[in-house]
Design a protein around this ligand. Structure first.
Ligand code: RTP
Ligand code: MG
Length: 148
């Protein structure tokens, strides 16, 4: 199953958006494979955002991402990498379409609520940074069996 790495960033946690955002991914049909509330250290931020080291916004990005707890997720499903990017919306919430997470909940690029991997290769790299393989669960769902 295709997998992606998703993060609800510190502003999402502080603004009580965790449940709303998780509900969107769940209702879409993506499968929750791993989840944890955690702090991102400076070292982790440098690893995760290695491609942005040296850019003008990098120091601000590190300060933002390390400023409070985040929710780290692994989601699975058909086309999940591109699908979650589409649900998150454009990087700058000012340009993100209404109906996307950033379009509905943000107004500032430096506070854009969520992260998602931009390719299958990035996803596998980022999942390995944030999770041990044993923290990622394989399981089947059967709603009827749990209702009755
Ligand atoms: P992300 O990696 O967080 O999912 O976001 P993205 O792919 O849409 O955007 P990316 O280019 O990878 O940028 C990473 C994060 O850096 C912050 N940023 N600030 N001030 C700026 O111009 C600026 N540009 C990027 C955002 O938090 C962005 O999500
Ligand atoms: Mg990115």
């Amino acid at each position: 199953m295709e997998r992606t790495f998703v993060m609800i960033k510190p502003d999402g946690v502080q603004r009580n958006l965790v449940g709303e955002i998780l509900a969107r991914y769940e209702k879409k049909g993506y499968k929750l494979l791993a989840m944890k509330l955690m702090r991102v250290t400076e070292e982790l931020a440098h690893q995760h955002y290695a491609e942005h080291v040296g850019k003008p916004f990098f120091p601000g990005l590190v300060e933002y991402i390390t400023s409070g707890p985040v929710v780290a997720l692994v989601l699975g499903g058909k086309g999940v990498v591109a699908g979650v990017r589409a649900m998150n919306g454009a990087t700058n919430p000012a340009n993100a379409a209404p109906g996307t997470i950033r379009g509905d909940y943000g107004i500032e690029v430096g506070r854009n609520v969520v992260h998602a991997s931009d390719s299958v290769e990035s996803a596998e790299r980022e999942i390995a940074i944030y999770f041990k393989e044993e923290e990622i669960l394989a399981y089947e769902k059967n709603v009827d069996a749990w209702l009755y």
